[in-house]
Design a protein around this ligand. Structure first.
Ligand SMILES: [Zn+2]
Length: 376
């Protein structure tokens, strides 16, 4: 166990990388998928079950936690790890993105953002300094810079102004974070879909110096083709020896494409959220368990999957409990989806280490193209 934060690359295959992030709370194998524990829980899952799926690290949301139960209360109760019973690494976002998407009556200026809580209408302020304070109170292992990002498509001058504001905030975040051995601060590259702006942002961030770098401002409505277009050049602008994080991504094929383009970390609510709406992700694509075709089907969701939903339950049962509105439906499908995502990450790590990522990717797409198993 280390008392410092570090990143070591083990192997590369094309632009794809595999390695290890070491923290005092444990190691994170990369490329890594981080399940989202929005309100100090990965919905419908016990923390030990999340770990059983293969997750090394969780993501917590600053915006949600600052409003309820508040960062100060979590700090008094021993920090987020103890509070939610997850002793492994936690990454927290800065709150900036969710303020913009969830809060009411936002006002943005050079200092930060003031807004009204979507829960009770109370007034709050988030600045780079306050975001660093909240993430410190939570005890986050990987802290994200406070930034601002426009939805795409957006006017290029708006993207440029926003990126430059985010770079000034990155400098303030760095200063406010201070020196905290064992904890990491990541900068966030912005610049939309304009290479010159991405380059300017990468240079500003590397001049400040961070422990890792996110490719920000993607997965905000631009579509996969445009996202991959940016990922074809943006990650390479960031330091090779530091982890690269793509925020809020994504679907399994987004993940495979992003990893092939040099991304080391990702997070998304998709596997847990879709588990609660009857959607399962398998090697053969998406399965809608609501569909009547499953109601007499004694076969598992995916016979090659080792998760509890696939080991011990039939499609017919999963269909029934979803239709009956039983809680176990969300629990089992979330477990399966998180397990599938972590299996996919392990497959990617192994393929990169063996220098066979292209073959892995071909198999991944071929199986999905076949679609779900034939109905009985
Ligand atoms: Zn399964």
């Amino acid at each position: 166990m280390t008392n410092r934060f570090s990143f070591s690359l083990k192997a590369t295959d094309g632009r794809a990388r595999t390695g290890t992030i070491s923290t005092p709370r444990g190691e994170v194998r990369t490329p890594a998928f981080m399940p989202v524990g929005t309100a100090a829980t990965v919905k419908a899952m016990l923390p030990e079950s999340v770990r059983d799926t293969g997750a090394d690290i969780l993501l917590g949301n600053t915006y949600h936690l600052m409003l309820r139960p508040t960062a100060e209360r979590i700090a008094r109760l021993g920090g987020l790890h103890d509070f939610m019973n997850w002793q492994r690494p936690i990454l927290t976002d800065s709150g900036g993105f969710q303020v913009m998407s969830l809060a009411d009556l936002r006002k943005l200026d050079e200092r930060g953002v003031t807004f009204k809580s979507h829960i009770d209408g109370s007034r709050h302020e988030l600045t780079p300094e306050r975001s660093m304070e909240i993430q410190r109170l939570l005890g986050s292992d990987i802290v994200m810079c406070f930034d601002e990002c426009p939805s795409l498509p957006a006017d290029e001058s708006r993207v440029a102004d926003s990126m430059r504001l985010s770079m000034r905030w990155a400098e303030r975040s760095r200063a406010a974070f201070g020196d905290r051995p064992g904890h990491a601060l990541f900068g966030i590259q912005q610049g939309g879909v304009t290479p010159e702006l991405r380059e300017e942002s990468a240079k500003a961030l590397t001049d400040i110096g961070f422990d890792g770098y996110a490719v920000g401002g993607l997965a905000v409505g631009e579509g996969q083709e445009a996202m991959f277009g940016v990922l074809d050049y943006a990650p390479e602008m960031l330091p090779h020896d530091k982890p690269r994080y793509l925020m809020g991504v994504g679907k399994p094929d987004d993940i495979v494409g992003a990893v092939a383009r040099g991304i080391d970390m990702m997070d998304c609510v998709l596997p847990s959220r879709s588990g609660r709406t009857g959607q399962a992700w398998t090697r053969r694509g998406q399965v809608n368990i609501k569909n009547a075709r499953h109601q007499d089907d004694p076969r598992p969701l995916d016979e090659s999957c080792g998760c509890p939903a696939c080991r011990s339950y039939s499609r017919a049962y999963l269909h029934h409990v979803f239709r009956a509105g039983e809680m176990i439906s969300g629990m089992l499908l979330t477990w399966h989806n998180l397990h599938y995502y972590q299996d996919l990450m392990q497959g990617l790590r192994d393929a990169i280490a063996a220098g066979r990522l292209e073959a892995f990717t071909d198999e991944f797409h071929a199986l999905r193209a076949e679609g779900d198993i034939e109905r009985l």
